[in-house]
Ligand binder design. Structure first.
Ligand code: PHE
Length: 449
């Protein structure tokens, strides 16, 4: 059977940018920037994207493009044996861990769209909003209902396949997402005292850069660019032969970074406008912001569009992660694609329900904890700080040190028209700089330094 491909360049780009732009940009990036010193974090983040993210992204797209299969199959097709399949297996396992918490948060975004429509934030105090969020999260059925809804939405798109599902929906959802984010940015400018927010966001105080800030930025770059778990590899395997992969990688990284920065430009003016702490952590978007919306003139529409933005961004990302699972199972076990889709959706429902349940405080009977952390937090931490950077490192080690340079040169320069100079720079980063940086960070985390 002929393998599916994306039908157009725009569609391919929309799908890949859709994978990259997600909760990472709109939920995580603002709160990480808020916790890690605003402008200082942004500078380090940009450097991570440029020096590590772009080479890793180009490597991953290339592997998929060359191997024409899921992570496990692509490496088998390229090497003729199963040894490097470990990269695919790691990514496949990683996808369960990411989706485990991702669907939970994506589900919250639907609840918040619903609450916005019902006008539930209007005029409420911070205490009431905090309490409502906890009541919702620890409810016996509500969070699970939204998880089911989000899985059904994701699976519904994937059911129609690569071109008629992933590509078609990305082409609609991504322009919509850009429109909403730009609208909200412009709206933010006119909030009272918004300038304090910009000042915080663009305050490049280099003394704030610590090892923790660097590690947070690096993990975030991998997470935000969907690297290290085979999502970009599977999309690379659907890219039409001859497409310029280097240019595509730069476009994806630029658009993804743009949306993250714009998300900060939506969040911080609002936060500062109402004198709220920017370092609120993961609850920044789900508790702090509704408190702001509650007091803001026009807050009803602002909150509605904001949570719609979160939901749309999350959807195009869950599509890419679930696709990794579906394609891997279908191709590796020669299973019918639709059967694989149903199977993986059910498995994810169980995993996500456990993650959601694990958020209930220990005193109230939650058993799903390890080292005092909930399963939800463990999934989140494992993903950004271990699985994704490790997957990225292995991919780059393979391409840089085990794959023939002439072959890579042929694919990138001759077949897909990357310039000679760019290839040289990329290859240098691929072989030396990127793996070295990653190794240093791993050793640092293990406490060697
Ligand atoms: N990039 C997505 C985001 O920022 C998350 C993601 C990670 C998607 C890894 C696919 C693979 O939300």
């Amino acid at each position: 059977m002929k393998r599916s491909t994306f039908g157009s360049k725009f569609g391919m780009l929309a799908a890949a940018v859709g994978s990259a732009v997600g909760l990472g940009n709109i939920w995580k990036f603002p709160y990480l920037a808020g916790e890690n010193g605003g402008g200082a974090f942004i500078i380090v983040y940009l450097l991570c994207v440029l020096f590590l993210g772009v080479p890793a992204l180009l490597s991953e797209l290339s592997l998929g493009y060359i191997g024409r299969s899921n992570g496990i199959g692509a490496l088998r097709n390229i090497t003729g044996n199963n040894r490097w399949g470990i990269i695919g297996i790691l990514g496949f396992l990683g996808s369960f861990i990411i989706l485990g918490f991702y669907f939970v948060v994506a589900g919250w975004s639907l609840e918040f769209v619903y609450q916005s429509v019902m006008g539930e934030f209007v005029g409420q105090s911070g205490e009431v909003i905090t309490q409502n969020f906890d009541t919702f999260r620890f409810d016996t059925w509500r969070p699970y209902l939204w998880i089911v809804a989000f899985i059904v939405l994701t699976a519904g798109v994937l059911y129609a396949g690569v071109e008629k599902g992933i590509e078609k929906w990305s082409k609609v959802l991504m322009p919509m997402l850009f429109a909403i984010v730009v609208y909200l940015c412009v709206y933010s400018i006119f909030l009272p005292n918004s300038s304090a927010g910009y000042k915080f966001y663009f305050d490049f105080d280099f003394s704030k850069i610590t090892a923790d800030v660097i590690i947070a930025a690096l993990g975030q770059a991998f997470f935000s660019l969907s690297l290290g778990m085979g999502a970009m590899m599977i999309y690379g395997s659907y890219i039409e032969k001859g497409t310029n992969l280097a240019k595509t990688s730069i476009q994806i990284a630029s658009l993804d970074t743009l949306v993250a920065i714009l998300a900060g430009l939506v969040v911080f003016p609002a936060v500062f406008s109402y004198g709220i702490d920017p370092a609120a952590g993961p609850q920044l978007v789900f508790i702090t912001l509704p408190t702001v919306f509650a007091q803001m003139t026009g807050g009803y529409f602002f909150s509605l569009f904001f949570f719609l933005l979160v939901a749309v961004a999350a959807l195009t990302s869950t599509i890419s992660i679930l696709e990794v699972q579906i394609a891997t199972v279908a191709e590796e076990f020669k299973m019918n694609r639709k059967l694989s889709l149903v199977l993986m959706s059910v498995v994810m429902l169980v995993v996500c329900s456990m993650c959601s349940y694990s958020l209930i405080p220990i005193e109230e009977g939650n058993e799903l904890t390890l080292f005092g952390k909930s399963m939800f937090d463990i999934c989140d931490i494992l993903t950004s700080y271990i699985i994704l950077p490790l997957g990225g490192l292995l991919i780059m080690l393979f391409l840089g040190w085990f794959y023939k340079k002439e072959d890579l040169h042929y694919i990138l320069v001759v077949e897909t028209k990357c310039s000679e100079g760019l290839f040289k720079i990329y290859y240098f980063f691929l072989r030396f700089i990127a793996p070295l940086l990653l190794l240093v960070v791993f050793l640092q985390q293990l406490g060697v330094f």
